[in-house]
Every structure is written in structure tokens, then in C-alpha cells.
Design a protein around this ligand. Structure first.
Ligand SMILES: *Cc1c(COP(=O)(O)O)cnc(C)c1O
Length: 731
């Protein structure tokens, strides 16, 4: 008898589903909806969708909102009609088994963490489109990190903030200008509950400051086996302004920012204590949460009677700090007044002077003109620090070299662990089926290992191409639906709305570009020479089309101008129907794009892309990357697994670098990408293109997976920080 059968309980009995009461059925569906494990289980989210496909889409794929529209009786009749009983029971049993089991991987590699989990701090978490507590890459990375920690069984708890308005919704007005809209989240539609202390009481933490105190309540979400605790300042006892402190992600001014970071760092440590959790390791994902180290020091001094220096040494030993920002201006800095107002109380209770505290956030400890930098605090208060790609490691070591003036650059103690993506969250179901047919059984448990992916070379090229064509068609359907909806919302004519259903052509080489519209990402680089672009796109034998999407930060006018410029190409007959802009980029839009494009374009101004992860999602689904050699692509590209724009050279004159990169972009498209795509054999297959797809998958899918990433963090950082055997992080 298998383990699964032995653990079957009475109400899991799939042979007698009729006995399940309507209430019980509703409860089981709610239990599935309340653990975000469902977000990477195709059989579970398909189950929700099948309950009501139209509402499912309208409700942003939120199963709780959907289930709340069903009375138990109506649910029961719908389940009977759609024959869903056994699927619900099966999914429910799988969730129970998943939650109750440990993994051989963690037993072998993470044993030393034992009852002292890693506490993973991040200002945003991108887990699913229905939970708006992320803005972009950093959040999606955190979400993928904790999903893979759950999958590998690494003991980890996550700490973040609950933003009840999240990041903004984007739409473009008639002129193509970005309009931001903030919507209140309905808490009752989210998979979260108030977190309780060991006595079962709801937790509220208090953060004491010179200028008064801040209260935050604590919510809990479950992401598979990982609990995610979210702090929320909308509580009675806070003044009205503070009640809105955590309502928006990256909103407000410096003061909002430092207060949010107090809540995340100081409040986060207090929340863990109230929960009865003693972390063995602190992982600070970016500098936003670095105040956590100071509160942890205070706690050690108080609990263990240590001196400040000893407590700091102890905390640093246990702290892992990850930096993501290669631009000096991108690091949070606060002036002495803000620091004293917010941290003065904490500073006094650990018995250090204002100047000593400021020194912890300054590169040059005694330079009174320097402001307090969160990244510097992260670096000074941690024993292990890392960048997020090999190239970003070099950049970070040189950027922070003056923190260790006595060392040569290669010896600056910042290593790198390259980012990766959570494969089950980003892979198309059709690709998963294809891998299932050709990969060794159990490959799903070994996604982060190279050897299973080599079997892609045994796949019939026609089968891979067919699968890709299916996914591309699904993407075009999605695009057309979105574009016609956008036209309708702008009040355009019925003809225009109808016409939108015919944009783009499935037989044409399709290039996708979607990301934040930060200036350095140069979304409009492809428009540098419009005549050349027109010529390239309208070659009747070898045409090209583009799909764009992305948000600009509300204060980034140049970014908004780029969006407008690209969007408004739709009015130009030369580009009409061949270039589309999809509004409101989010995880859902991203998922559709990365699963269906032929080519994913990325042309940041090197070396400003620390890693980038969207291109890694494309790999899994058979798309090819065409990118500047920056971030992850600088270490992934091997000459046959995609395309490189240029050779990785930079120029001190930004205008020159942009011009040269634009030239290289046109060249690689004209000379490599387009000819290879349209070079077909008698069966209509682009043989050499398909070979590149296979190389892309076999060289990069495992290497840029979050399973590999979390395995690296565990072996190279978590285990040594928890007092296990140390190993050397790659520089
Ligand atoms: C994956 C993802 C990102 C990160 O991609 P980049 O390559 O860093 O731009 C950003 N936003 C969303 C919604 C994503 O899913």
C-alpha cells in the first residue's frame, strides 16, 4: 500500500463522494484557497476556474472571492454538474500530505536549522496577482524564494508588510498618458488571518520612538509550508496618519519610508518574538529591513545580558544580507534628524551615542556629512552579504570597496548568488506535460539539477514547436481580449473594439518586452531609428511584431513619456496592429507573455540590471532571450542558447552607449533573429531555431531556478550562519 493510501481518512474517501455535506465541501474548497500552495498546482487552480470561468477571470483569479459568491448548496450543485467531487478530494488530500511531510533534501542539507528557522525579511512579496503586495522584480523574487523554500522543505518564515491598497492599477488615457488608481483591498477576500501568540491572542506589536509610538497588527498567510507574517499599521491606537502608513507600497516621502522600514525591521523582530519563534538566521532581502539587526541586538542584550559589541557580533554572525541595487542613488538614505526621531529610543536602550548609531549607516564612520544608508547598515551588521548575479557581484564589490579600504577589490566580502524563478509558478501546463512525457519520473522533485533537463534534446523538434505554437496562440487570444477591453474602456467605437480582436498575427515573429519603465531599462531603444524599424517590421516575407507592457513609478515622468510614445504607435498606420501595449502589467500579464512569446527582449543600460528574472521564466516555456549581456544573461549566454545584443562593452558617455546598443540591437535582429526564425525546412519547421530552444532549456532552466537559488542560500549562507560547517560563497 502506498503512503497516500495508508493515510487516507474517512472524508477523503473518493469512492463515496456523495456523502460529503454541502458545508463540508465548501470548507474543503476554502481550505484549498487558504493556502497559497494552490497557486502552483494546475489541478487546483483549474478546479477553481471550472467552478465559474467568467467570474474567475473577473475576480483576478481569487478563489476566496469566488467561493464567497457560492452558498454551500449552489456549490454542491455546481460540483455535481461539473463532476468535481473527486478532484476536490484529491487536491485536499494532497495539500494535507504536503503540509505533513518533510523532504529528503532538507533532511540532508538543512538539518542544522532544526527548530530555529530562517527569518526572511522583504518589503514586498509577489505571490499571485490577486494579492497586491508587490510592485515588481524584487517582490516576485521574494515570492519565488519562499515558494521554493517550501518545496525544498527549508525551515523558513517570512516577514513583510500588508499594504491594503498595494501598488497602483495602471491605465492609459486617450493621450496614452499613464493614470494611477489605488483600490482598497477587501481583506475578507484574502487568504490571511490575524496571527496569534502561543496563548491564542491576536498579536499587536509596539514600536517605541522619540516622537511617540507606532502599533502594528500581524497577519498570517500560508505559502505552502512557509508562514508569511505581514505587519499592518491600520489599527486603533495609531493616529489617523499612521493608520495609513502601510496602505501603499513605495508611496509617500522619506518619512513614510523610514517609518515603514521601522515597522518591517523593528516590528518584524518583535512580531517573531511574540509568535514564540526564535530564528536561527536572519535573511534581509534588500536594505529596507536592515533595522531588524538593531532590534535583534537590543533583544540579545536584554535577554542574554550581552554587551552591545558582543550582541552585534552575535547578530551579524546570524545575518545574511542581499543587495539588489547597482545604482548608488537607489539605496535608501536618511538624514540624522529622521534617524534620531525614529531610532533614538532604541539607540538609548542599547546604550550607544547618536554618532555611533549614525556610523553604522555611514561608509566613513566619522564623516558627519554622510547620511544614514540602509545598505551600509545591512553590510556592517551582517557576516554574509551577496549580490544577485555574477556581474552584479563585481559591481557591488567595487561600489562598496571603500567600506573596506584596507582590502583589494577581489577581497571585498560580497559574494553572489544569482537569482532564479520558481518553476511551477511560471511554467505553462502544456510545457509541463511535454517534460513529463520525456523527462525521468520524479524530475519534478529535482528541478534545480542539471541532468534531468538534458532529456530535452531527445524531444522531437516538431512536438516542441507545436507546443510553443499552442502557447503563442493562447497569448494572442489574451492580448486581443485585453486590447479590445482597453478600447472599450476608452470609449472607442464598436468598430475599433471589434478590430482590436484581430491585432497581431500568429505566424509572425513575436517579440515581447515587459518590465518596469525605469529609464535605465530603455524600453524605447528599439525606436532609435524609426525608418530602420519600419523597414525591418514590414518585410512581407519576414515580418516582426511587438508586445509591450509595464508600469512607470508614479513620480517618473520620463518613464511615463516612454509609455506614451510606445503606446501611441498604434495610431501610426506603419505600426498599427503590429505593436501593442497591454495596460496594468502584473504577475498575470507577465505569465501570459513569458509563456507565449518567440523572443523576450531586454536592453538595459549595462551594468544597471542587477539580475532580472523575467527572461528566466521565458526559458522554461521555450522562448528565446535576446538581451544585453547584463545581469543573469551575462552568465547564461553561451553563443547557442539565445541572442546577445552587443558584446557587453560600456561607455562613459551614456549617449554613446545608447547609440551603440541601438545599432547592435538592430544588427542582431536583422542578421540573426529574423533569418533564423524564418529559415524553415520542408515541414515548415525552423530547425536551427528549435535547436536554440533546446539549448536554452538544457543550459538555463535548472540553473536559473529558485530551487537552485534557495539550495545555494541554504548551503552557502543559512547553514554556516546557523553554526554549521561553513563553505565559501563564489565571488
Ligand atoms: C518576473 C517579474 C518581474 C521581474 O522581471 P525583470 O526581468 O526583473 O523585469 C517584474 N514584474 C513582474 C510582474 C514579474 O512577474
Amino acid at each position: 500500500m502506498s503512503q497516500a493510501e495508508m493515510t487516507r481518512t474517512e472524508d477523503d474517501n473518493v469512492t463515496a463522494p456523495v456523502e460529503l455535506s454541502a458545508e463540508k465541501l465548501h470548507e474543503k474548497c476554502m481550505a484549498l484557497a487558504n493556502n497559497l500552495w494552490w497557486t502552483w498546482q494546475p489541478d487546483v487552480f483549474n478546479l477553481f476556474r471550472d467552478l465559474d470561468p467568467i467570474r474567475w477571470r473577473q475576480l483576478d483569479h481569487n478563489p476566496i472571492a469566488l467561493l464567497r459568491e457560492f452558498t454551500p448548496e449552489r456549490l454542491e450543485s455546481r460540483v455535481a454538474e461539473m463532476v468535481l467531487y473527486s478532484r476536490i478530494n484529491h487536491a485536499y488530500r494532497r495539500l494535507k500530505e504536503y503540509m505533513a511531510s518533510s523532504t529528503p533534501w532538507a533532511d540532508t542539507h538543512a538539518g542544522v536549522l532544526g527548530g530555529k528557522p530562517v527569518a526572511y525579511f522583504s518589503a514586498e512579496f509577489g505571490i499571485h496577482e490577486s494579492i497586491q503586495i508587490y510592485s515588481g522584480g524584487l517582490g516576485v523574487l521574494s515570492g519565488d524564494h519562499i515558494k521554493s523554500a517550501s518545496g525544498l522543505g527549508v525551515p523558513l518564515v517570512a516577514i513583510g508588510l500588508f499594504y491594503d491598497q498595494g501598488y497602483f492599477k495602471q491605465h492609459l488615457n486617450d493621450e496614452g498618458y499613464q493614470i494611477e488608481e489605488y483600490l482598497d483591498t477587501k481583506v475578507e477576500n484574502l487568504p490571511m488571518k490575524p496571527a496569534n501568540d502561543p496563548d491564542g491572542k491576536h498579536i499587536t506589536v509596539t514600536i517605541n520612538m522619540k516622537g511617540g509610538k507606532l502599533l502594528a497588527k500581524v497577519w498570517q498567510m500560508n505559502v505552502g509550508r512557509v508562514p508569511l507574517f505581514l505587519l499592518d499599521c491600520d489599527v486603533e491606537g495609531n493616529n489617523p496618519e499612521d493608520r495609513e502608513l502601510t496602505s501603499r507600497l513605495y508611496g509617500g516621502d522619506e518619512r513614510t519610508r523610514i517609518r515603514q522600514e521601522m515597522v518591517l525591521g523593528v516590528g518584524g523582530i518583535k512580531a517573531l518574538k511574540a509568535l514564540g519563534i526564535t530564528p536561527g538566521v536572519y535573511h534581509l532581502n534588500e536594505g529596507h529591513s536592515a533595522f531588524a539587526t538593531l532590534e535583534a541586538v537590543r533583544d540579545h542584550m536584554h535577554e542574554d545580558g550581552m554587551s552591545f559589541d558582543d550582541a552585534l557580533r552575535e547578530v551579524a554572525k546570524r545575518t545574511v544580507f542581499t543587495t539588489h541595487t547597482p545604482v548608488p542613488a537607489g539605496h535608501d538614505r536618511f538624514d540624522a534628524g529622521l534617524i534620531e526621531e525614529h531610532l533614538g529610543d532604541l539607540r538609548e536602550s542599547v546604550g550607544i551615542s547618536h554618532e555611533q548609531l549614525m556610523g553604522m549607516g555611514r561608509v566613513d564612520t566619522n564623516n558627519q556629512h554622510e547620511t544614514f544608508c540602509m545598505t551600509v547598515l545591512g553590510l556592517k551588521a551582517s557576516r554574509r552579504a551577496n549580490a544577485v548575479s555574477q556581474l552584479h557581484g563585481h559591481v557591488s564589490r567595487s561600489m562598496w570597496a571603500h567600506l573596506w579600504p584596507w582590502r583589494v577589490e577581489e577581497e571585498i566580502p560580497i559574494g553572489h548568488i544569482t537569482n532564479g524563478v520558481h518553476i511551477p509558478s511560471w511554467i505553462a501546463w502544456q510545457m509541463m506535460q511535454l517534460y513529463d512525457r520525456h523527462f525521468p519520473s520524479g524530475w519534478y522533485q529535482r528541478m534545480g539539477e542539471s541532468d534531468v533537463w538534458q532529456f530535452i534534446h531527445d524531444v522531437d523538434p516538431g512536438e516542441l514547436w507545436e507546443t510553443h505554437a499552442t502557447l503563442k496562440n493562447l497569448l494572442l487570444q489574451f492580448v486581443r481580449r485585453r486590447i479590445s477591453r482597453q478600447c472599450r474602456r476608452r470609449g472607442e467605437s464598436d468598430d475599433a473594439v471589434e478590430h482590436a480582436r484581430t491585432v497581431l498575427d500568429p505566424n509572425v515573429l513575436t517579440i515581447g518586452f515587459a518590465r518596469r519603465f525605469a529609464t535605465y531599462k530603455r524600453a524605447d531603444l528599439f525606436m532609435t531609428d524609426v525608418d530602420r524599424l519600419v523597414e525591418m517590421m514590414s518585410d512581407p516575407k519576414r515580418p516582426v511584431q511587438f508586445i509591450f507592457s509595464g508600469k512607470a513609478h508614479p513620480k517618473d515622468e520620463p518613464g511615463k513619456a516612454k509609455i506614451k510614445r510606445i503606446n501611441n504607435l498604434r495610431h501610426d498606420p506603419q505600426f498599427r496592429d503590429k505593436i501593442v501595449f497591454i495596460e496594468d502589467y502584473d504577475i498575470n500579464v507577465c505569465r501570459h507573455l513569458i509563456q507565449g512569446v518567440d523572443v523576450w527582449l531586454n536592453n538595459p543600460r549595462q551594468p544597471l540590471e542587477a539580475s532580472g528574472t523575467s527572461g528566466q521564466k521565458v526559458v522554461l516555456n521555450g522562448g528565446l532571450n535576446c538581451s544585453i549581456l547584463d545581469g543573469w544573461w551575462a552568465e547564461a549566454y553561451d553563443g547557442r542558447n539565445g541572442f546577445a545584443i552587443g558584446t557587453g562593452r560600456t561607455h562613459t558617455d551614456v549617449a554613446k552607449q545608447d547609440a551603440r546598443d541601438a545599432e547592435d540591437l538592430y544588427k542582431v535582429l536583422e542578421n540573426e533573429v529574423i533569418p533564423l526564425y524564418y529559415d524553415r525546412d520542408v515541414d515548415g519547421l525552423p530547425r536551427d531555431w528549435i535547436k536554440r530552444m533546446m539549448y536554452s532549456i538544457s543550459t538555463s532552466a535548472w540553473r536559473f531556478s529558485a530551487h537552485r537559488m534557495v539550495a545555494d542560500y541554504t548551503k552557502l549562507c543559512y547553514v554556516p550562519a546557523a553554526g554549521g560547517l561553513s563553505s565559501q560563497m563564489p565571488g
